[in-house]
Design a protein around this ligand. Sequence first.
Ligand code: 5GP
Length: 125
Amino acid sequence: MVFMSEIRVPTVFTRIIAREIPADIVFEDDRIIAFRDINPQAPVHLLVVPKTEQYRNVSELASRDPGLLADIIATAKRLADEHCGGDFRLIFNEGEATGQTVFHVHAHVLGVLPGDALAEESLAH
Ligand code: 5GP
């Protein structure tokens, strides 16, 4: 007998990794993928996502694979260097109360385009 709790529906990010859903992919290696958020909250808004969907949030990832978490942060920094002058805001939502909607751990990388003073102000709080 198969219980409902045993049936795992692939997350939207797993479907992006499998190229079932299109995305603007900016980086990919064997363990991590990064792409532009479909609903950007800043001039630069990237999502950095481990390919495994076994960790629902950053606390699970930190306790079970801290090396992968470090790689996600290093990737965020490299992408910020490429896309927004090196400065960035890094956000992990954890739990529905914070607005987490995709339970496949991911880092939001928010930044502004270098020299865009108005956008810089909007992110500086
Ligand atoms: P959360 O709210 O879980 O921290 O963040 C999930 C993020 O995934 C949201 O910012 C949302 O806009 C983004 N997102 C959801 N579905 C898609 C999609 O199909 N493609 C892309 N590129 N981003 C998505």
